[in-house]
Design a binder for this molecule. Structure first.
Ligand code: AP5
Ligand code: MG
Length: 208
């Protein structure tokens, strides 16, 4: 299965892609995670990406496209993969169509005010786990690996506002783009728990 997870910042792409990765044994390719790992490692790519991510802007298409193209050529992607946070522009989607045959685009739908709340409450671990203060019950370490949880630098209110505006302007045109190709699968996640949203996603994947 070759999947794309689409949705606004905080819509739950990473949360659910992580579950699909485990249950369907597919590599989870998050461009945001790739950039954050490079920022942490102090690589030239990390330095470049940071200048955009800190503002909530998009890293240039040419940079992101080359990274994803290389990643999809690795052996573990031969049987399928989950793209999380890519493509994010029509130019990225056009490029992707030249080197990948996507089976479905899972579109996570969530109201704006809930998004802001979820992003503000998100806590992450270096191991890739994501939590929310709403359900952490005061815990400050990762349940999986025990490391301390922290807030992403781009989860501050000003940057989140910019990320949402960039989503509306640059990424939301992909909804019509993939709907027209017959690939878009809407998952309305308003008012649903993670388990309930995941059940909807599984129901879609099990038809593919
Ligand atoms: P990226 O890391 O992709 O960030 P994003 O798209 O803004 O999405 P998020 O990771 O913030 O949200 P998510 O949908 O994964 O939500 P999550 O599952 O964590 O990109 C970061 C930056 O990198 C971009 O701004 C850009 O600069 C750059 N970049 C990345 N890709 C790029 C590209 N292709 N082109 C150019 N630039 C690129 O969930 C959020 C919270 O909600 C969590 O706390 C979670 O626990 C909670 N939650 C989830 N579901 C539920 C539920 N059902 N009920 C209650 N809580 C829930
Ligand atoms: Mg994410």
């Amino acid at each position: 299965m070759k999947l794309i997870f689409l949705g606004a910042p905080g819509a739950g792409k990473g949360t659910h892609a992580t579950r699909v990765k485990q249950d369907y044994n597919l590599p989870h390719i998050s461009t945001g995670d790739i950039f954050r790992a490079n920022i942490k490692g102090g690589t030239p790519l990390g330095l470049l990406a940071k200048s955009y991510i800190d503002k909530g802007a998009l890293v240039p298409d040419s940079v992101v496209i080359d990274i994803v193209k290389d990643r999809l050529q690795q052996a573990d992607c031969a049987g399928g993969y989950i793209l999380d946070g890519f493509p994010r522009t029509v130019a990225q989607a056009d490029a992707l169509s030249t080197f990948a045959d996507i089976d479905a685009v899972i579109n996570l739908i969530l109201d704006g005010e809930v998004i802001v709340e979820r992003v503000a409450g998100r806590r992450v671990c270096d191991c890739g786990e994501t939590y929310n203060v709403a359900t952490l019950g005061g815990k400050t370490t990762c349940a999986k690996c025990g490391k301390p949880l922290y807030q992403r630098e781009d989860d501050n209110p000003q940057t989140v506002r910019n990320r949402l505006a960039v989503y509306d302007r640059e990424t939301s045109p992909l909804l019509a783009y993939y709907r027209q190709k017959g690939l878009l699968r809407d998952v309305d996640s308003n008012g649903l728990t993670i388990d309930e949203v995941y059940a909807k996603i599984k129901a879609i994947l099990d038809t593919l």
